[in-house]
Every structure is written in C-alpha cells, then in structure tokens.
Design a protein around this ligand. Structure first.
Ligand SMILES: Nc1ncnc2c1ncn2[C@@H]1O[C@H](COP(=O)(O)OP(=O)(O)OP(=O)(O)O)[C@@H](O)[C@H]1O
Length: 608
C-alpha cells in the first residue's frame, strides 16, 4: 500500500460531500478508492454499493486495475465498489424507468454509427459546420434534436446524446427512482468532475439530494469546453452542496523523480523556470513527410527499446497527435514498413464509425447469402458506410457517392428484371465482381481465418470502395481471444454450418463492447488524439504535431498543430490545458516532436 500524504489522509477521514482537487497524478483517484474501501467496511448496509462514475471506458479499466492492485482492500470491499461510465449508468436507468419520460418499454441503443446515418438526411441539408452562421447552427442543432427525440419515442432507438438529459428529467421528476438509486448507492464518486456537462450536472444535482457525493477535479485539466464543460462547475458544486474542500495541489506521484509535472505547470503559466526538465525531451524535425515520419519512427523505436529493456510488464507508449486526421496518418505510417524498419505493431484510437460500418460489410459477406436481393443489401450497407463514416460531419463527396450508388442500383435492377445485360460502365460492375468472389470463398469454420480471408478479397479486389472498407476494418480489434464476436461467430458456424447470422452478431457485439468493462488498460504502442488521453497514464508519451507547408518560404498552410495554425493568440488557456494534460500522462518520459522551422508557440523560449 502507498504511504498516503497528510492531505490524502484528511480526505479519507472527512465525512459529507467532498470536493477533491489536485493536479495530474496528485493521487485523487487513489485516495478515492481507499476511501471507498473504508466506506465499504464501515458505512454500508446490506446490498448497498459505492458508485464510481467516470467518462470513458479506458478510465474505468484504469480504476478497476488500481482497485485490483490495492492489497490493502479485501475482496468483499472490492465487490462493493462499482465502477461505471456515465453512459452505462444512464442506460441502466433509462432501460428500467425510461417509460417515465415517454420512451417505449422496449429500448435499443442507437449506436454512434447508426445515429450518424439516421441524422445524415438532416445534416446533408447544411453547409460544413465552419461555414454556418450562428443562426444556422442553432437551427441545425434543433432539427437534429427533434429527429433524435422522434427516433427514441417512436422507434425506441435512443442515442447517447439523449441519455443525460432524459435521466435528469427523470430523476428530477421522480422521488421514487431517485431514492431507489440513493438507497443502492449512498456514496457516489464523480471522476474528472471539471468536465461534467450541463445535463450531467443536472443529474448530479438530483443524486446529491440523498447520496453523498465525492467530486474529483482538476480545473486545469478541463478540456471539454467544446461539448459543454463549464469553468463555473466547481463553484456550482460548492454552492449547491457545501462540500468540504481538499486540495492535493501539485503533489505528483505519477512521475516522481522527473520534472514532467513541473514542465506541465510551466506550459500552463507560459513561463519556463528551468532550462532542462528531467523526463522531458523536445526534438525537432524537418518539415516534410519523409523526414517528419522518419524522426517519429526513430523515437518510437528508441522508446520501445527503453521500455522493453526496462523489463516492464505491460509497458505502454502513447503517441499523441493533435487531430483525428493525424491519428490515421501516423497509424498508416506505422503499419507499413518504413525504410528498413518493419511495421510497428500498435493500436490506433480512431473514430469508430467508419470501422464499425466497414465491419458490417465484412460480416454481411461472411453470410454468403445467395437469395435475390442479396446484392441490393450489400449496396445498402455500402451506402450506410458512405453516410456514416465521416461521423457527425459527412462529406458532400460521401453523400453524393451514396446517391450515385443507389441510382446505379436502380438501373442495374431494371436490366436484371428485363433479363438484359447489366450496364458495362456501371459503378457497380467492380463491386459486383468482388461480391461474386466473396461468395465463392471456401470457409473453414474458424472465424479468424475466414474473416481475414474475406478481408483479403476486399483488399485485393477490383472495387476501390471495398479496398477502402478492408483498410478501415483493420482498425478494429474484433476478433481478439474471447471477444463476444469471435464466440458468436464460432457458435453460428456450429449451429448453421455457416455464418448465417454474422451481421446481427456483429451489430450486437458492438453494443456489448461499448459497455464491456473488463478491458485491460491500453498497453503496447498506442496512437491517439490528444483529447482522448485525458484520465489515462502511460509509461512514455511522444507528442507529435504537424508541420507548415511553404511556397517560396511563405507558410501557406499549417495543419494538425498543437495550437491551431501555430499562431500566438491571447493567453491560449484551452490550448495550454490540452497540452499540459497530454504532457502529464507519462510516468517516465514525455518527448515532444515539433517542426524545426516553426517550433510550437507554447515552447518558445521568449516566454521565459
Ligand atoms: N501517496 C502516494 N504515494 C505514492 N504513490 C501514490 C500516492 N498516491 C497515488 N500514487 C500513485 O500515483 C499515480 C497517480 O495517482 P492517481 O491516478 O490517483 O492520480 P490522479 O490525481 O487521479 O491523476 P489524474 O488527475 O492525472 O488522472 C498512481 O500510479 C498511484 O498509484
């Protein structure tokens, strides 16, 4: 067991609502776990549990692991601590009590990929978000809201966006449900409280009526302003619940023996107190793709060697980049051999819409259906993929691609019905050829082998859209040992002698996956957007940003930078907070890679 600091001990002793603040790695999570164990020992009645609410599944895994490793907590105590995401907790409430807010009795989750498909008709009527006026933005949001509500109330399909709002309405309106929850969970711990949205805050207000709340927060790690976090939240919590306030301040247990936390604070304040910081490296690269990626790959290999040689079990190395686009670019680079370097095995935290919809296509083809209308179904899935893969902002190109495919299918079917040859110049010609090839594949009954074989047909086939699908689907780690999908497909083979229900099984397994808790925290090399790193910790972190494009020495574009356009603009508080969160995820070392000819403005020595 760790030796708790004086501040941590006080938190364990205090009663009533609490607000625990402190910088990255100051031990907020740890102390809340130990406090939970104490409550489990002393303060709970029969059947009661402590609820620990977090934003992301990855944080949940980290907390579960921390609980698991805590020798000072007995097994019975551990069982009394329930760690969950806001999403999954809200869903449990809606499933049981959703009828109180007008939902039908049978509810299903509208997963993000299907939500974007459902909303694409509304969204396609608008220009890209950056070109909308404020009035248009409000109108678009309102129309999306109406459609979401309609889907929930009429079809029982509830998307995540509605969860918090409806649970808030439900809890404020029903004494009975509120007291049911508080009886089960007399203590609720709210992780990363600084990022609570307005709707989540309304839920918390209702729960705090009879449950004791312990909010953990670092106001300077607030990075979700763009989706509704509010700098006032901590004050609102104090005003509403008069909690005892405990500040663990700048204690740093994550990266002890380094200056990583200190450097993070200096980035925040814009003043460097030292010339060198232990555990921090700043490296520069030349502004062209070849040399930039060569520098990155070189650093990744060095870090990986350090970690392996350090003998760490389950070591982790995160490559954090400023944008989603760059997550993909870096992942593509690592996946291909780079010069004499073999591919670097890694996971990439890319947005899941595209890969999931791509997986649906692979699953559908695994079914090897031969019924009439089978090709139509494939094209419909492909159109869904076009509509959905761009997430909340489908591109015009993708939407018109879908219309083109649908129009081509109508022509195609006319010919088939009239027993005429199908048009030789149809966009569907190549898709049809690959469909035929996939139907001819001889399956083995081993889901891994068959999935990979089918993906290879798409990958090497003549249809460029299906080549794309094959590439996307690689971003999923679906068929790992013991996953629900793998088991489901194996069972299907046993039951039907084929994969007759592969599409349904795949869809269901995504919903399950979304709520699965038993996942290990990430290990190995992980590529992710800086925003996604919140609440996580890794052995080493490499932060890699984009570089300027120049024409005759003048910068004409400057994408994927830590600070947008790498332009100094006022105090840049949000950019500093984001950067600090990424820097302080490392236990041992953080290396920042920035272009030589346009160093990140937050690193400029003129700030000193
Ligand atoms: N008193 C302590 N002594 C030694 N190690 C500690 C102590 N408290 C926490 N730790 C360790 O320090 C690391 C960071 O702690 P923890 O995750 O609780 O910090 P946190 O404040 O929740 O961080 P963040 O806000 O960045 O997520 C963990 O590995 C934890 O085991």
């Amino acid at each position: 067991m760790v030796d708790l600091t004086k501040g941590q001990k006080e938190i364990i002793q205090a009663g009533g609502h609490q607000l625990v603040t402190g910088g990255p790695g100051s031990g907020k999570t740890t102390v809340s776990i130990l406090k939970s164990a104490k409550i489990a020992r002393e303060g709970l009645g029969l059947g009661q549990r402590i609820l620990f609410l977090s934003f992301a599944r990855a944080t949940v895994s980290r907390v579960l692991e921390a609980i698991d490793e805590e020798n000072a907590i007995t097994r019975e105590e551990k069982q009394r601590i329930e760690v969950d995401t806001y999403h999954s907790f809200f869903w449990r409430i809606l499933k049981t009590h959703g009828y109180l807010v007008g939902f039908p009795r049978r509810l299903a989750i509208l997963t993000p990929p299907n939500e974007v498909i459902a909303l694409s008709a509304v969204r396609s009527g608008y220009k890209p978000a950056s070109k909308l006026t404020d009035k248009e933005k409000v109108e678009k949001r309102a129309r999306e809201g109406v459609e979401r509500t309609r889907l929930a109330i009429e079809e029982g399909k509830v998307c995540f966006d509605l969860f918090a709002d409806r649970v808030a309405i439900l809890l404020h309106g029903s004494n009975r449900v509120r007291s049911l929850i508080s009886t089960t969970y007399p203590y609720i711990i709210l992780d990363e409280f600084q990022d609570t949205t307005a709707d989540q805050w309304r839920v918390v207000q209702a729960l705090g009526g009879s449950s004791t709340l312990i909010a953990l927060a670092d106001p300077e790690q607030r990075i979700f302003d763009f989706i509704g976090a509010d700098p006032e939240r901590l004050n609102q919590f104090q005003a509403a619940f008069a909690p005892s306030v405990h500040d663990l301040a700048d204690d740093n247990h994550r990266s002890t023996g380094t200056d990583i936390a200190l450097f993070g604070n200096d980035i925040l304040r814009g003043k460097f107190r030292q010339n060198e910081y232990r555990g921090i490296g700043v490296e520069v690269f030349e502004s062209n793709p070849n040399q930039a990626y060569a520098s990155l790959v070189g650093l990744v290999l060095q870090a990986r060697r350090r970690l392996i040689e350090g003998g760490r079990r389950d070591w982790s190395l995160a490559i954090l980049v400023p944008t989603k686009r760059m997550t993909r670019l870096v992942s593509d680079v690592l996946r291909e051999p780079f010069g004499s370097v073999p591919p670097i095995s890694h996971t990439a935290a890319v947005d899941m819409e595209g890969p999931i919809l791509a997986a649906e296509i692979v699953a559908f083809l695994l079914q090897q259906g031969t019924h009439s209308g089978c090709f139509d179904e494939l094209i419909e899935l492909l159109c869904s993929y076009f509509h959905g893969r761009g997430g909340a902002s489908p591109t015009k190109g993708d939407i018109s691609e879908a219309s083109r495919y649908r129009a081509a299918l109508a022509k195609w079917n006319e010919c088939v019905a009239a027993v005429r040859p199908t048009p030789g110049n149809s966009v569907l010609k190549n898709t049809f050829a690959v469909h035929q090839a996939s139907a001819a594949l001889v399956m083995t009954g081993d889901p891994d082998v068959d999935w990979v074989a089918l993906r290879a047909i798409l990958d090497t086939g003549v249809c460029s859209r299906l080549n794309d699908v094959a590439r996307e689907v690689r971003n999923l780690r679906l068929l790992e040992r013991g996953t629900q999908l793998r088991q489901g497909l194996a069972q299907d083979w046993r039951d039907t002698g084929g994969y007759r229900n592969a599409l349904t099984i795949t869809r269901e397994s995504f919903v399950q996956e979304h709520f699965a808790m038993a996942r290990k925290p990430e290990s190995g090399v992980i590529v992710m957007n800086m925003h996604k790193a919140k609440g996580k910790q890794f052995d080493e972190v490499i932060i890699f940003e984009g570089w300027p494009k120049r024409v005759r020495r003048e910068i004409v574009a400057n994408p994927d930078r830590i600070v947008t356009g790498n332009v100094k603009d006022g105090p840049m508080a949000q950019a500093r907070q984001n950067f600090r969160v990424s820097i302080t995820r490392a236990k041992l070392r953080t290396t920042i890679l920035t272009p030589r000819d346009d160093i990140c403005v937050l690193l400029k020595s003129e700030l000193r």
